[in-house]
Design a binder for this molecule. Structure first.
Ligand SMILES: O=c1ccn([C@@H]2O[C@H](COP(=O)(O)OP(=O)(O)O[C@H]3O[C@H](CO)[C@@H](O)[C@H](O)[C@H]3O)[C@@H](O)[C@H]2O)c(=O)[nH]1
Length: 464
């Protein structure tokens, strides 16, 4: 027994998320769960985010920063960022692995973000194993896979309304599909990331997925018939679910500074289920027109609202909106989202349907108004409304805008009508399933224990 403990601690794993909040959060949570099993875990950050990074004072994991081609300066475009990032990081990563080779904790495995499949090549050249970590739903990834394989014929025509039937998925209309299946549009760099995820999926030693049993079983089973995928979600801090890790109360590495006290004090002053929480995650940028419609829709709903408008988006708020709604709303630049969703005053979440926000709302039992923007979000919205039945989706007008009347209608439906109560009831079911999933007997725990055992027993972390 004594020997095994020592061995576990000697097994060192690097966890390497792509440097954006929606990828850092799930991989950081995964790191904490691995560390709780005794492994030494180092989370890798990179220089372009180092300045804005708020890190916890104490943590069960180490954080190390590697050079990604940027220090102070910003890239002119996402394409330029990715080019420099991908030209620089492989070497920085190899050097980090080599550095640890001469310590008592040589690295045995790197768990890399699935959008950086080239990290597996670095792992191989360094003689260690590689695990790919998927931060989006299985359903979305299956759709991308079918598009790559040609089973989903693209580009799709919007008119007449196409209904797509793919194995293990519900019927999907044009607007339910991730827009990237129709091409890169104005986001060639992100398109490459999304489709690149499958380039060497057959070669990875492990495939971890942020999903959980019961949520999208058919599609998970379909995936599992092709690859040995390991669901490990939902990656929500333990104190919001199973409460087995006592100090795990928040994600712990934020690229934004939350207005925590202001949010929580304000929520404390409100009645149960009386507040609409509005957030579009860390990347989405609404157009100015859309921002105005959303703002006036919130006002028309006559409901309390807590709205996250990131610093970079604030100038799009209509003039005088904050002053005019001071009695009913609080606008902040970043919130402690988990605490907000867990607060009894919150009765509805207007969300862009990022996968983390979706899993958080499901895990905390909050009904949603789905207002998807891009990438995986339309498909998540389809599942939120039709499969899990925990929300409604806004309708866009002929100009692609969600009007203030529509915003008001959706809020009222969730907050005031029977349909909203039904969604609330359904939400409770998913909340229970999420708790069960992360419990000691759940699949994520077993999958992580299997990973730890194999890692400890092998000299270099390869499956044997
Ligand atoms: O005020 C806020 C707003 C957000 N969050 C957190 O930030 C994360 C945001 O993640 P997510 O909801 O997934 O949104 P994005 O930041 O937009 O994430 C990107 O990455 C996700 C995972 O790949 C994708 O599903 C999204 O579509 C993509 O935009 C969540 O954990 C939130 O709890 C806060 O803590 N405070």
């Amino acid at each position: 027994m004594e020997k095994k403990q020592t061995d576990v601690r000697e097994s060192h794993v690097l966890v390497f998320p792509f440097p954006i909040q929606g990828h850092i959060n799930p991989m950081l949570q995964f790191s904490k769960r691995l560390a709780s099993k005794g492994l030494k875990v180092t989370l890798i950050a990179s220089t372009s985010i180092a300045k804005s990074m708020q890190t916890p004072q104490e943590s069960s994991i180490n954080i190390e920063t590697i050079f990604d081609g940027f220090q102070e300066e910003k890239a002119a475009s996402p394409v330029e960022y990715m080019e420099r990032y991908e030209a620089t990081v492989p070497q920085s990563l190899a050097e980090l692995i080599e550095k640890h080779g001469s310590t008592p904790y040589p690295v045995k495995c790197i768990v890399y973000d699935s959008v950086m499949p080239w990290a597996l090549d670095v792992a191989r050249s360094s003689g260690i194993s590689g695990a790919s970590f998927f931060t989006q739903s299985c359903a979305v990834c299956v759709i991308y896979y079918h598009a790559i394989q040609g089973a989903l014929k693209v580009p799709l025509e919007e008119e007449p309304v196409a209904v797509v039937s793919l194995p293990s998925l519900p019927q999907l209309e044009f607007n339910d599909l991730p827009p990237f299946v129709n091409g890169a549009g104005s986001y060639p760099a992100i398109y490459e990331l999304v489709f690149g995820q499958f380039s060497n999926i057959d070669d990875a030693d492990w495939l971890f997925w942020n999903t959980f049993n019961g949520l999208e079983d058919e599609v998970v089973n379909w995936m599992a018939s092709k690859w040995p995928i390991k669901p490990i979600g939902p990656t929500i801090p333990s104190m919001f679910l199973d409460k087995r890790l006592k100090d795990d109360k928040d994600y712990g590495l934020s690229l934004f500074k939350p207005n925590s006290d202001a949010c929580m004090k304000w929520l404390d002053s409100k009645e149960p289920s009386s507040v609409v929480y509005v957030s579009f995650g860390s990347l989405a940028a609404l157009g100015e027109d859309q921002m105005a419609e959303l703002a006036w829709g919130l006002k028309r709903s006559n409901t309390y609202f807590l709205w996250v408008v990131r610093e970079s988006e604030k100038e799009k708020l209509p003039n005088n909106f904050v002053e005019e709604t001071i009695e009913m709303g609080l606008v902040v630049t970043w919130s402690p989202q988990l605490e907000v969703l867990a607060h009894k005053s919150v009765g509805c979440f207007i969300t862009h349907c990022g996968w983390n926000s979706t899993l958080e709302a499901l895990s905390l039992g909050v009904p949603m108004v789905a207002m998807p923007q891009w990438t995986d979000q339309p498909t998540n919205a389809k599942f939120i409304t039709d499969v899990w039945q925990v929300g409604i989706r806004v309708k866009v007008d002929e100009k692609g805008i969600v009007t203030k009347e529509e915003v008001e209608r959706c809020i009222r439906e969730v907050m005031e009508e029977d349909a909203g109560n039904e969604m609330k009831k359904n939400s409770e079911k998913w909340k229970k399933l999420a708790c069960m999933a992360v419990d000691e007997g759940g699949a994520p725990n077993k999958n992580m224990e299997e990973f730890v055992t194999k890692l400890v027993c092998s000299s270099n972390g390869f499956k044997e």
